[in-house]
Write a protein that binds this ligand. Structure first.
Ligand code: ZN
Ligand code: ZN
Length: 108
């Protein structure tokens, strides 16, 4: 698969939060899947709840992964080949963006 959108590294998310579909991962944690707002490929962002607890960082195991309801920073990790992508970069179009958190009261 390839895309006409060239790779362009961008550390500054300029777009408003995008809505991704959240679901629990096998073995714990959460992943969100949706469309990159820049290249329009499907990409996934994962949060590993188990890892957080194992490190002793009590980041919201009880409160949930997204206790503050703030958008989550994400990088595009699509599987599509984008022109001009550096060899050391294996995924994505270089875009970064915000993912809107799951709705309050969701069972994640
Ligand atoms: Zn992208
Ligand atoms: Zn892409």
């Amino acid at each position: 698969m390839s895309s006409a959108v060239p790779y362009q590294a961008d550390d500054l998310p300029a777009t408003s939060p995008v809505t991704f579909l959240f679901r629990p991962r096998d073995g714990g944690g959460v992943e969100a899947t949706g469309e990159c707002p820049v290249c329009r490929c499907v990409t996934t962002r994962a949060w590993d709840a188990v890892q957080y607890v194992a490190k002793g960082r009590r980041i919201g195991k009880k409160a949930g992964l997204f206790p503050d309801g703030e958008p989550e920073f994400a990088m595009c990790l699509c599987a599509t080949w984008h022109v001009d992508r550096p060899a050391e970069v294996r995924e994505g179009c270089g875009a970064s963006f915000w993912i809107a958190p799951p709705p309050p009261g969701s069972s994640l």
